[in-house]
Ligand binder design. Sequence first.
Ligand code: NI
Length: 176
Amino acid sequence: MSPMNPLTILRYPDPRLHTVAKPVAAIDARIRQLASAMFETMYEAAGIGLAATQVDMHERLIVIDVSEDHDQPLVLINPEIVWASAETRLGEEGCLSVPGIYDGVERSIAVKVQALDLDGKLQVHEAEGMLAVCIQHEMDHLMGKVFVEYLSPLKRNRIKTKLIKQKKDEERDAVR
Ligand code: NI
């Protein structure tokens, strides 16, 4: 296991979540280790996707696994959405950076994304359903956007207040 583990997941409203990620410059041992640590962190937290932004690494790297058995790991490096369906669907989303909050977000039902894999090979992925939603959600993270920003300001502020209080309570409990 890499000494980087476990990675700390930034939580909304941490301002670092709004950092725009830079392209990965070289797919080297450091990036492979980061991707591996991100998978472990994501599986540990029972998530289906994690963007490097969420672990305070501001490079265009995403790990995803929407399978139940954790056997379909997908790494997207410098991803670009090259096509998105005009048809959209309102679906419930959650986020490891916004624990305990689920709400509806309108997304394209299918996307085509182009990205490098860990071997530096350009791959095109056609995705629909949960995978398509997950890719769009994670790509938002790389642009510094968290899903709650699609919600009304009223809802968003309520979530912000709740998470700030939750964090304070945890910190207080930790020093006891
Ligand atoms: Ni998220």
